[in-house]
Ligand binder design. Structure first.
Ligand code: 5GP
Length: 190
């Protein structure tokens, strides 16, 4: 599917994963591009269509599944679907870049299993579940129900962390960015 390598980054929602990925992308220096996933959830905060996600209606997401548009997709939260578009992987591969996937643990472990050594899987975790809940609450973009669902989901995802190639605890943002950067640089140099 791709001529480059695939970097899978998974983390419970609210772990600072997007901030870390954006920091790495903005610093530049690594030949990689972010694969923009599709989702049927609504945009949050300042999220932009085509930049953070391709925001699709329920109907359009179902059509994309039927049209075999996804490399993988998951119902990460009840009724909330997220998927990696084949068109994104093709676009990035044609540009001669490596691909960064920000995907949940089920999708991440499946892609890693399919690609083996061609993929690197990194799990970013919060120092504790309590810190994660506080971060979700202070973000102020989710309802209490949504925060509860995300914390429950985080427990499940953290249980899967030992199956990843590398784990980084995000207790200090700059340090987490540098650790992730070093792990990626080492992988791409192989
Ligand atoms: P959020 O709603 O916080 O943006 O994302 C929720 C979860 O969906 C995160 O764990 C994120 O990594 C995951 N996710 C985002 N895009 C994809 C995708 O294309 N495939 C899969 N399997 N998970 C995704």
């Amino acid at each position: 599917m791709t001529t480059g390598k695939v970097i899978i980054i998974s983390a419970p929602s609210g772990c600072g994963k997007s901030t870390i990925i954006n920091a790495l992308m903005n610093e530049g220096g690594i030949n990689m591009q972010f694969s923009v996933s599709a989702t049927n959830r609504a945009p949050r905060g300042s999220e932009q269509d085509g930049v953070d996600y391709h925001f699709l209606s329920d109907h359009d997401f179902r059509e994309a599944i039927a049209g075999d548009a996804f490399l993988e997709y998951e119902e990460v939260y009840p009724g909330r679907f997220y998927g990696t578009l084949k068109s994104e992987i093709d676009r990035i591969a044609s540009a001669g870049s490596n691909v960064v996937l920000d995907i949940d643990v089920n999708g991440g472990l499946r892609v890693k299993q399919a690609l083996g050594e061609e993929a690197l899987s990194i799990f970013i975790e919060p120092p504790t579940i309590e810190t994660l809940r506080q971060r979700l609450e202070s973000r102020g973009t989710d309802s209490i129900e949504s925060i509860d669902a995300r914390v429950d989901r985080a427990r499940y995802e953290i249980d899967q962390a030992p199956r990843y190639d590398a784990r980084v605890v995000n207790d200090d943002l700059n340090s987490a960015v540098e650790q992730v950067r070093a792990i990626i640089v080492q992988f791409l140099s192989k």
